[in-house]
Design a protein around this ligand. Sequence first.
Ligand code: SAM
Ligand code: SF4
Length: 364
Amino acid sequence: MASSACCFKTRRGVCSPVVSTTQQRLRQRLPLAAAPAGIARDRFGRTLNYLRISLTDMCNLRCVYCMPADMTFRPRAELMQDDELLRLIAQFAAMGFRKFRYTGGEPTLRANLPGLISRVSAMPGVAMQAITTNGVMLDQLAAPLREAGIACVNVSIDSLDPQKFRRMTRWGNVRDVWAGIQSAQRAGLGIKLNAVVVRGHNDQQDVVDLARLTLEHDWQVRYIELMPFGGIHEFQRAHIVSEDELRATIEAALGPLQIQNEGELDGEARVFRLRGARGSLGFISSVTKPFCAGCSRVRLTADGKLRLCLLRDKEVDLLTPMRAGLDDAGLEALIREGLWEKPWGHGLEQNQFATNRVMSEIGG
Ligand code: SAM
Ligand code: SF4
């Protein structure tokens, strides 16, 4: 793990996870033991029911905060094939997982995506499927995805300005993404727009322009704090903008923000509304205001590793044992043992960074 002076101090002080008294007790007392049967839990008592699945590590963009320009991708044979992925999703659903989000790399690059999603829709226990996409292919895919069973789409759009958008994505065209969003609206998908805020790139006029969209549209615009990991964490550490700073910029331009979810998070977001707005603004501040205490999610990487925390290197290889003939009971035991050992939270406040992957290989 890399270690250097802490860059994650905000105007309100150093970041610190929210921890309830019960969870503090559990955190100290529960020994590592064989994971119990029934609903999936970790050793801190957190119920785990949300799986985020990276369908591919490939992408048709190269966002500056996500991956290096000369990224190399894994050979196809190393990635989960459809039958392997479906087997794993069925196994997680049988263990109480209810929400599944497809991500990447860019998930719309996966061949026959609507077909794959329809098969998951038919599985018992699957209550909600969503997708996070850069939106480049959404114009053609929104309606088939909706038909297959996707309820909501999160579209990443860091700026409405064509030049700035291109600079942040290295070659993307914001008009393609806007066409995708319109198409998602016509298809009846729930829409959230994700913007990663990067100092000096989109932290001033762009965040205000995105917020203004919520005056007329029933969308949630979500500002995501830049997260540091992988081989490019120096860039990320130098460009982070805190939630407090962002809210001040938006309020100075558009007026006061009213909190919508005092005391609780909507997923991982603190949600606000501009006066008279149809939509809302969400702030996802994993670095300066972590939400580890309420975390219910784990991740599956495209190469079949169960990743227990976005910002920790710890992973359990599921694909290799599956390919070696592991039966369903063995697979369930392997997953439960992994879940049980989900780390409490990230180690950013101790200057510990995940280093084994960049964001595009995990899925966000
Ligand atoms: N390609 C799709 C997309 O861009 O929406 C899905 C994968 S992308 C890795 C998932 C989300 O992670 C996106 O909203 C993206 O903006 C966000 N993301 C990527 N790198 C990040 C970083 N270093 N810190 C915070 N969020 C990041
Ligand atoms: Fe691709 Fe999404 Fe990463 Fe941008 S954020 S490079 S679109 S995976």
